[in-house]
Write a protein that binds this ligand. Structure first.
Ligand SMILES: O=c1[nH]cnc2c1ncn2[C@@H]1O[C@H](CO)[C@@H](O)[C@H]1O
Ligand SMILES: [Zn+2]
Length: 387
């Protein structure tokens, strides 16, 4: 399939040069490409071996197996459930071993290093402080431990020649009632590495407006937030997230396609697609969609990667970004997600650069820093791969 024409999005200097021999889009080449990750859960990204070790030291006896490869398989098979609720059940094991400062520092440090080794140059990693207080940690101690882990992991990665910038997003669980408190925590730590706020957990039955108080507080504080919406529930959830709560970005937002009329069999390019008012608003306002193809297939939000709405939304030039969501549960990396999209949609380096620039433009980082990463890291990185 031909790549979409997005010539207006990239300056001329960054279009593929005719005749230049671009690197083939292999796993190794994509791993070298600079990548930006906006949606990754700390408790969804543990190394299976670390999970086994932490369970042993903490006395957590609930793991389905302590055989490392079998445990990795168990997570991806169990998460492949067709339902967000069942997918989320697997987190009991990761959260179960992340209850001490030491375990949080270690998991966060390994997270930063694993992302850096995968070629991620900027990441926003989220976690829910309220899930890590079972053994007496204070919420602020949870946050500090994770930030210390990110700092240690980023320093170790930089020493190996793999620099990465990691920021935290604090998540509140949508079925619980601590969102205002967590939002206040995000503001309190805004100068120390926390870039924003999020709500996560089961979507159906828990509309974002349940947490309006937290979002109104954040807006008064000029703070940034994203909302998981349009993953396991449809347009009303997206509409509330944007028009009632004022979300800067949408976690997944897959179901925005329910507001787009198109016949892919007669119009595969989506040229005649008709956008409803909400879809038009999301596209016009350039509201970023944090899409995670494998996770979306596992939870039933998309039937397969090839049928994932990311194809249509990319052709229609929504502000699409590519994310891992949960590297453990989905058995994925940024590289493997991008490779899966290359295989399903025939994307080339220009497309992968477009997703990456989209993500960096959408980061909760100051504007000048976002520009610097695009100019100094992303553009030269993709130029080198195309040359
Ligand atoms: O895709 C998702 N949709 C909604 N909630 C999620 C998803 N992935 C993880 N979590 C939830 O977020 C918590 C904090 O990281 C996790 O413990 C999990 O319950
Ligand atoms: Zn998520």
């Amino acid at each position: 399939m031909a790549s979409p024409d997005r010539s207006t999005d990239l300056p001329d200097a960054h279009r593929a040069r005719p005749g230049a021999a671009a690197q083939p889009l292999t796993d190794a080449a994509i791993r070298r490409a600079p990548k930006v990750l906006l949606h990754d859960h700390l408790d969804g990204g543990l190394r299976p071996a670390t999970l086994v070790e932490l369970a042993e030291v903490s006395g957590y006896a609930g793991l389905p197996t302590t055989d490392v490869p079998a445990l990795a398989r168990w997570f991806s098979e169990s998460a492949f459930s067709g339902s967000l609720e069942r997918y989320l059940e697997t987190f009991v094991h990761t959260v179960g071993v992340m209850q001490t400062r030491e375990s949080l520092v270690r998991v966060a440090s390994e997270c930063a290093q694993d992302l850096a080794d995968d070629g991620v140059v900027y990441a926003e990693v989220r976690f829910a402080p309220e899930l890590h207080v079972e053994q007496g940690l204070e919420l602020a101690e949870v946050v500090q431990a994770v930030l210390d882990g990110f700092a240690a992991g980023s320093a170790a990665a930089a020493e190996r020649g793999r620099p990465i910038l990691v920021r935290a997003l604090l998540t509140a669980m949508r079925h619980a009632a601590r969102s205002r408190e967590i939002a206040e925590l995000a503001v309190r730590f805004r100068e120390d590495g926390v870039a924003g706020f999020d709500i996560a957990g089961a979507e159906a039955g828990f509309p974002p407006t349940r947490h309006l108080d937290a979002f109104e507080y954040l807006r008064r504080e000029n703070a940034h937030f994203t909302i998981h919406a349009g993953e396991a529930f449809g347009l009303p959830s997206i509409w509330e997230a944007i028009q009632w709560c004022g979300a800067d970005r949408l976690g997944h937002g897959v179901r925005i396609v329910d507001d787009i009329r198109t016949d892919m069999s007669t119009d595969p390019g989506g040229r005649d697609a008709e956008l409803g008012r909400l879809a038009a608003y999301v596209r016009d306002r350039r509201i970023p969609l944090e899409m995670a193809p494998t996770s979306n297939v596992q939870t039933g939000a998309a039937a397969s990667i090839a049928e994932h709405p990311i194809g249509l939304l990319t052709r229609l030039r929504f502000r699409v970004t590519v994310n891992t969501d949960n590297r453990l549960m989905s058995g994925c990396t940024m590289t493997s997600e991008m490779l899966a999209l290359v295989e399903a949609f025939g994307y080339g380096w220009d497309d992968l650069e477009w997703f990456t620039v989209n993500a960096m433009k959408s980061a909760f980082l100051p504007f000048d820093q976002r520009l610097a990463v695009i100019r100094d890291v992303i553009k030269p990185g993709y130029d080198a791969l195309r040359a």
